[in-house]
Design a protein. Structure first.
Length: 555
């Protein structure tokens, strides 16, 4: 790429660029996050200079942007893989990675837009070869990365992002650049501006599907590898086209439904992509990754299958079923104390059960015995687990038998993520606690999140378990488990769990939710529920995520 710049702008420009932006050479000595932070800080300074209309050599700046993107392409790819593959990132690290990557992509995108205003006009600058295509393609790349990182964290893209993208589309269309084959980076799939435009619009369309970060990443990789050609039309032919954008509106692609076309709309078909997705579902059903995706760095066949199934359901031309709420919800307004992390939820359930049984607690939720023990205990052993922390108070806005709708502040509740296990203790009745799984998170106005929760149980019970040794007598184990004079933390073999009974409309079998780190499948356990001991062989988990598993437990 640098050779192309040198051929177009001359070797003198390269020397000048090296002197003016020598800080780029320092990036090699930095770690990935620090390098991206330093880049967006420097880009912010340059953007401020452009906005102040200071003397800026835009050709030099263009070379800088291309050089930075070449250097940071690998960094973004590496951080993206780490971010989505590690399920239990600490909240601070999650914020640090996502904000560093998003802010860099955001500043790079803004800088591209400023440069494009100056250099893309043939009357002002003469760019030879594929440089106009590369400039526009790199701007779209920055926009797509920016949106992808926003989707990772269930946040909305910046205002006017789609309007700006449509402006880039107009420029490419006017200069007949849409269908020229390009490779934006070394070893990246060959594509075109029209394909890249459709990729981004379709990824944006999936925001309504509440994908978690692994699924967002897989959808992005599938689109970049399979949707490499696209024909964008101005003409409305409903029998041919399925999705569209309105170039005057700040929205991604929409499915044509109750649609009134106008001259600002653009359309495309996805027939070939749909065929590939169907084949991909079939292949991944067999436990294999399609050969055409072997270079896409997709690790999990199951997650690929789940994601392709969602994409097919959303984009199929036939048998499309619009997602609707299964049952009506009744509006309400109440608050609940919400916890995440299996250990925190176990403690929350124990506290609610104690209140329900008439045990008087102090303001911090501890019984007299617990407070007495806390004064005498010097050291307590604890299970090694990731501290997911408290999610504090949420506002319940609507509810039904099977679910709740809640509203939370997106900055105060960074753990509001799809498939997160939570416990909700109602403020109006602390003895009432529910166990649920977050199924949907949608950004709304005023930095709020609308969180949909599927209820797993309205009557959970705190339990204690201990794995039985082969030579151990069951009677001895039961007496130990049932001994309430000794706190669970004092014995590393004793751990807490949650018993979910059969509940009409919610569950047809009784189950246990247990810490993943403590559980060994197909093993004998002594289980104590409300002082009642039981011995059981617990089998393979029927559900598993983050730091917990769910296993059948007939009681």
């Amino acid at each position: 790429m640098k050779n192309i710049i040198q051929q177009i702008f001359g070797s003198a420009l390269i020397k000048k660029t090296h002197a003016q932006f020598a800080w780029v050479d320092d990036l090699a000595e930095m770690d990935d996050i620090a390098a991206l932070k330093y880049c967006y800080q420097q880009l912010a300074i340059i953007i401020a200079q452009m906005q102040a209309e200071q003397d800026v050599d835009y050709k030099v700046l263009l070379e800088l942007l291309i050089q930075l993107e070449d250097v940071n392409y690998t960094r973004l790819e590496k951080l993206s893989c780490q971010f989505v593959q590690v399920e239990n990132l600490k909240p601070e690290l999650e914020i640090n990675i996502s904000e560093a990557c998003y802010n860099y992509c955001r500043q790079s995108y803004i800088a591209h837009l400023k440069v494009i205003e100056k250099v893309i006009n043939p009357n002002k600058f003469k760019l030879d070869g594929n440089m106009p295509v590369i400039i526009l393609g790199r701007a779209m790349y920055s926009a797509m990365q920016m949106m992808k990182w926003r989707m990772f964290t269930q946040a909305s893209p910046p205002t006017k992002m789609w309007i700006q993208l449509f402006m880039l589309y107009r420029i490419a269309s006017q200069q007949a650049l849409l269908n020229i084959p390009i490779e934006l980076f070394k070893l990246s799939p060959s594509t075109s501006l029209s394909a890249y435009f459709v990729q981004m619009c379709m990824l944006g369309q999936l925001t309504q599907s509440n994908l978690h970060k692994q699924q967002v990443d897989i959808a992005y990789r599938v689109l970049t590898h399979w949707l490499t050609r696209a024909h964008i039309s101005k003409h409305f032919t409903p029998e041919q086209y399925l999705f569209f954008v309105d170039l005057e509106k700040d929205f991604p692609a929409k499915r044509m439904r109750n649609f009134e076309p106008n001259e600002q709309c653009r359309y495309w078909e996805l027939d070939e992509l749909e065929k590939q997705i169907k084949v991909g579902v079939t292949v991944s059903d067999r436990g294999e990754i399609p050969e055409s995706l072997l270079g896409a760095k997709i690790e999990s066949v199951k997650r690929l299958n789940d994601t392709l199934s969602i994409m097919l359901a959303e984009w199929t031309k036939t048998n499309y079923v619009r997602q609707r709420r299964k049952e009506p919800r009744q509006a309400t307004s109440k608050t609940a104390k919400v916890n995440a992390g299996i250990i925190n939820i176990c403690n929350q359930v124990q506290q609610a059960n104690q209140i329900s049984s008439g045990l008087r607690l102090s303001k911090d939720g501890k019984s007299f015995d617990e407070r007495l023990r806390s004064h005498t205990a010097l050291t307590q052993l604890s299970n090694i687990t990731i501290n997911s922390g408290s999610l504090d108070s949420w506002i319940v806005t609507d509810e039904s038998l099977h679910g709740l709708g809640t509203r939370v502040n997106k900055y105060a509740n960074i753990l509001a993520r799809p498939d997160k296990l939570i416990g909700l203790m109602m403020d109006e009745d602390p003895s009432q606690i529910m166990i649920g799984i977050i199924r949907g998170v949608k950004p709304t106005t005023n930095n709020q999140l609308k969180v949909g929760i599927e209820i797993m149980s309205r009557h959970p019970n705190w339990v204690q378990l201990r794995q039985l040794r082969n030579e151990e007598l069951f009677a001895e184990t039961v007496s130990f488990v049932a001994n309430k004079e000794q706190p669970a933390n004092f014995d590393i073999g004793l751990f807490s769990g949650i018993y979910l009974p059969i509940e009409a409309g919610l569950s047809s079998i009784s189950t246990l939710i247990l810490p993943k780190l403590n559980y060994k499948p197909n093993t004998s356990y002594a289980v104590s529920i409300s002082g009642t001991p039981k011995r059981a062989i617990l089998g393979e988990p029927i559900e598993s995520c983050d730091d917990w598993i769910k296993v059948a437990f007939p009681f």
